[in-house]
Design a protein around this ligand. Structure first.
Ligand code: KG4
Ligand code: ZN
Length: 341
């Protein structure tokens, strides 16, 4: 089957064409530059930008895939969670297309889609579901940090999540305190490569708690007070690199240790990770080391598929369609607060 998927839950306008588990095209238009001057995503601007971009993005996905809209067998879109006005654009556009083409429509949970992005691998990306196995999945982005047990395809259980800030938010906000541009996550990653992760000691929140929850707001506050008490640090380029490496080490240690602990407790042999923060080199390295040490197989989403994209929406939609999962009625609304169960 050939399917077009749209993703507009936050600040990426994306369209993908999937056929029989393969990605024929995955076009992503990022709005990062637009929101940078505000230091974060402005929902109204995001929605207007999606409106401007979704048609050219969808058209270029169809062109890249070498097909026209009438050749599509189904349409899918992110139904939630996400920014309401941003979701509305892609979801309603996709519903209208399905209505016009008289094709099935599939509404997808954005987080559930992240669970499957590590199974889309290679260049060009090819869905490798033959290798699928029960796994402990870390979803770590600007809006979310969660651990999910994926028992089998399309069957999962959320084990824990952040009780306050997400890990990506912690990267972005602490970077802002250091004067780094938005989003600071990639910049911290870059500077930390030449910094000393043991230079400054920051808290590892909830590291020793028995649950699978995360909390990063205390770490953010601790960096705020540290910078307030040592303002001279920010005048020294090497000290900033050390600060980046130290903050990153605290975030990464919590993410890696809690992920491995949950994987061992749940008895799975495979760990996966996706979401924007999975681009972080230290996190990728440390997850690799830890999984190797504990005899676990690791599948990391390809860096191009860590951040929000429609390919993961399309791949999941196709699996759901083929599994005869009930489809929502064509006039169903978006679900901005749709929590993964
Ligand atoms: O998944 P994503 O594109 O959007 C959502 O938030 O859903 O993730 C964006 C987040 C931002 O907080 C960004 O700073 C973070 O991912 N990020 C990184 C890196 N690349 C992106 N954080 C740390 N290191 C990176 N290399
Ligand atoms: Zn996401």
């Amino acid at each position: 089957m050939t399917l077009l998927a749209l993703e507009t839950s936050c600040d990426e306008t994306s369209a993908a064409v999937c056929r029989d588990g393969k990605i024929l095209a995955n076009v992503v238009s990022s709005q990062i530059k637009l929101h940078a001057e505000y230091g974060g995503v402005v929902p109204e601007l995001a929605a207007r930008e999606h409106l401007k971009n979704f048609l050219p993005v969808a058209q270029s996905a169809l062109r890249e895939a070498g097909i026209t809209a009438v050749q599509l067998d189904a349409i899918a879109a992110t139904q939630g969670p996400g920014l309401p006005t941003a979701l509305l654009v892609g979801y309603k556009a996709a519903q209208a297309m399905a209505f016009a083409l008289q094709k099935p429509f599939i509404g997808i949970n954005h987080h559930e889609a992240h669970l499957y992005s590590p199974w889309i691998a290679g260049t060009p990306p090819v869905a490798d579901f033959a290798a699928f196995r029960p796994n402990l999945s870390l979803i770590v982005s600007g809006g979310h940090t969660m651990l999910v047990l994926v028992e089998s395809e399309l069957k999962h259980r959320v084990l824990g999540g952040t009780i306050d800030d997400a890990a990506g938010e912690c990267f972005d906000k602490t970077g802002k305190l250091m004067g780094l541009p938005y989003p600071a996550g990639p910049e911290i990653d870059r500077l930390a490569e030449q910094g000393n992760p043991a230079a400054f000691d920051f808290p590892r929140p909830l590291l020793h708690d028995r649950n699978d929850d995360f909390s990063f707001s205390g770490l953010k506050t601790s960096v705020r007070y540290f910078i307030r008490d040592h303002p001279d640090l920010l005048q020294d380029a090497q000290k900033i690199r050390d600060l980046c490496a130290s903050v990153q080490a605290a975030i990464v240690e919590v993410l890696v240790k809690k992920t491995i602990r949950a994987a061992k407790r749940e008895g799975v042999r495979c760990v996966t990770a996706s979401g924007g923060v999975t681009c972080n080199r230290a996190l990728r390295r440390e997850l690799e080391r830890a999984c190797q040490r504990h005899g676990l197989t690791l599948r990391l989403a390809d860096k191009t598929l860590c951040t929000d994209n429609a390919a993961m929406i399309g791949i999941l939609a196709e699996r759901k369609f083929l599994a005869n999962t009930p489809l929502p009625p064509l006039d169903e609304e978006i679900k901005p607060g749709w929590a993964l169960a």
